[in-house]
Design a protein around this ligand. Structure first.
Ligand code: NI
Length: 386
């Protein structure tokens, strides 16, 4: 079945995207539970005769426009589709109908805009010098979805990958494009310090894990100030420290948790290595043993220089203003794709009232057709590079 209306540059097209976005917004689904969302995306694509390719994903959709894969270069455009466990407080007429779940990061916007791109490109299919593969990816919020898509094989044959995040603090009509680091690697850690319990009045009979943990926390602060270059950046925050049961007992154990944020893989590896050395060294100095367990987050989002220039050129073609954005210390699993193939992630100006993950998060829907058009132009320009 093919819809009647003309996709491009019409109020009907804008309205169609708004309806898609609002439907997704009303029925948010959490990471790896995006079954209805998956079915809806397939339906909207099928209405325009866009082919869906089965890669065996439980949730998420892979679709293609252009030549059959293999008859030219392939570029991929990724949109994430999952929502968050947040109770919506926007008061919007199309607010979430699912209690305690909300599209508070605007992935409904990403999904509907990129469906728009697929619709626009379908109309210009004869102009496509290769294949545009759409990755409607599940579970970004758990930083697991991109890896699933990669494992499914959907990135095979892809020369370049593009994606976006809406950006509440950028005006509608702008797109943030920059080469190099854009979003941070977000690693977590748990450090367990083993002591030997004893009476608080007889410390010499045990080994105090609290004193050791306190020195570890202090020594960790030297990594950013002494091991990271002045023009580089990193954050180490210890956010939890648990130990002890009573005022007169030296406990057996202390546990500390926290996070490390870095923007460059080289800095990241250096900081993680120094972290282990500092923890082990301080523990040894105090006659204890400490174990580090890593909660590995996504690597930093870092944009390919040549493709960033293409992404900038696409802005002009789509009538958007390209600006150089301030990087965000949030994490994004788009970076896993960039480990496989060169890619560019951009920030789309959506002039929202609140930051990501806020219960009153919202965005300006005027950015929807602009984003759809931007990625259509970007896809065509990028394919010309190969
Ligand atoms: Ni997000």
């Amino acid at each position: 079945m093919t819809t009647e209306w003309n996709y491009s540059e019409t109020p009907e097209f804008d309205q169609h995207l708004i309806e898609i976005r609002r439907h997704l917004h009303q029925y948010p689904e959490l990471s790896n539970e995006e079954f209805e969302t998956t079915a809806s995306i397939k339906k909207w694509l099928a209405e325009a005769d866009i082919r869906v390719i089965d890669y065996g994903l439980k949730t998420g959709v892979i679709a293609e426009v252009g030549k059959p894969a293999g008859e030219g270069p392939i570029i991929a455009i990724r949109a994430d589709i999952d929502a968050l466990p947040i109770k919506e407080e926007t008061g919007l007429p199309f607010a979430s109908l699912i209690e305690g779940k909300m599209h508070a990061c605007g992935h409904d916007f990403h999904t509907s805009a990129i469906i728009g791109t697929a619709l626009l490109l379908k109309q210009r299919e004869h102009e496509i010098n290769g294949t545009v593969r759409f990755l409607f990816q599940p579970a970004e919020e758990k930083a697991l979805g991109a890896l699933k898509v990669i494992e499914s094989g959907a990135l095979e044959g892809v020369q370049a990958v593009f994606g976006m995040h809406n950006k509440p603090d950028l005006p509608v009509g702008t797109v943030g494009v920059k080469e190099g680091p854009l979003m941070a690697a977000a690693d977590g850690f748990v450090v367990e310090v083993d002591g030997v319990g004893t009476h608080a009045a007889v410390p010499e009979a045990g080994v105090d894990p609290i004193v050791t943990a306190a020195h570890i926390v202090t020594a960790l602060q030297s990594i950013v100030s002494r091991n990271v270059g002045t023009l580089q950046s990193a954050v180490i925050s210890v956010t939890k420290l648990h130990s002890g049961t009573a005022w007169n007992i030296i406990p057996e154990k202390a546990v500390l948790d926290g996070t490390i944020r870095t923007f460059e893989e080289e800095v990241r590896q250096k900081v993680l290595a120094r972290f282990e050395q500092v923890v082990a060294g301080v523990a040894e100095a105090f006659g204890t043993k400490a174990r580090v367990r890593w909660i590995q987050g996504p690597p930093p989002v870092s944009n390919d220089k040549r493709l960033a220039a293409v992404a900038e050129a696409a802005a002009e073609r789509a009538g958007l203003k390209a600006i150089v954005p301030v990087p965000s210390a949030a994490g994004e699993d788009f970076s896993f794709y960039q480990k496989q193939v060169p890619g560019v992630f951009v920030f789309m100006g959506t002039a929202g009232p609140q930051e990501w993950h806020h219960p009153a998060f919202d965005l300006n829907e005027k950015a929807l057709p602009l984003s759809a058009r931007y990625f259509a132009e970007l896809a065509l320009l990028a394919l010309d590079e190969y």
